[in-house]
Design a protein around this ligand. Structure first.
Ligand SMILES: [Mg+2]
Length: 202
């Protein structure tokens, strides 16, 4: 069976509300609407660039922001805001017949990630769950545990997912359901760009 490596945030669950609310919590003076914030972010502009260019943050303030961001972003109260995309459970069930499913996420907290997956009942579809804990890249953590063949695939919503797939020499599928727009993702040259994981033909 071929391996299908699947990203979590932006691919299986909608994490945009959490990201937006944590940003507003840390930068109370920012009065972006949800849509305005995500229009900027989907163009590939980082929080750090927004804060430097629009709010005149110094390097020290940026470093402080990043530290606080990492502390907040995976707290349980924020994770509560995440919602699985429509039909994701059905899709995973179908994909499971054709592929070995491996969840690969760049989350920091193994405990909170596993707890959330269990709560959302998404854990049951996966043969394995790999969490980088923000210490390794996805390609490294995958390679440590799996024998990769060129027929394997990776699906995710960011350039990092595409880059991981390319580093591994496998097929790359980018989805538009997450953090980046089509024109931003095109720069990474994924093999396919789909609206969401539901458009992936198993
Ligand atoms: Mg993602």
């Amino acid at each position: 069976m071929r391996n299908l490596f699947i990203d979590l945030d932006g691919t299986l669950i909608d994490a945009r509300k959490r990201v937006y609310e944590v940003f507003r919590f840390l930068v109370p003076t920012a009065n972006f609407s949800f849509d305005a914030y995500w229009e900027i972010k989907r163009a590939g502009i980082s929080n750090e660039s927004i804060l430097t260019n629009q709010f005149g943050f110094s390097d020290l303030q940026i470093a402080n922001f990043i530290g606080r961001w990492m502390q907040e972003i995976e707290k349980e109260n924020w994770l509560e805001l995440d919602e699985p995309f429509d039909n994701v459970e059905n899709k995973l069930q179908k994909l499971k017949n054709e592929y070995k499913l491996i969840l690969v996420t760049a989350r920091q907290s193994t405990t909170n990630t596993l707890k959330q997956l269990k709560k959302l009942q998404l854990d049951i579809y996966f043969d394995d769950i790999l969490i980088t804990n923000q210490t390794l890249t996805k390609q490294v953590i995958i390679k440590q545990k799996f024998d990769i063949t060129p027929n394997d695939l990776i699906i995710g919503d960011t350039g990092k997912d595409v880059e991981a797939g390319k580093a591994l020499g496998i097929k790359t599928i980018a989805v538009l359901s997450g953090f980046l727009s089509a024109s931003t993702l095109e720069k990474y040259k994924p093999d396919y760009i789909l609206q969401s994981i539901n458009d992936f033909k198993e």
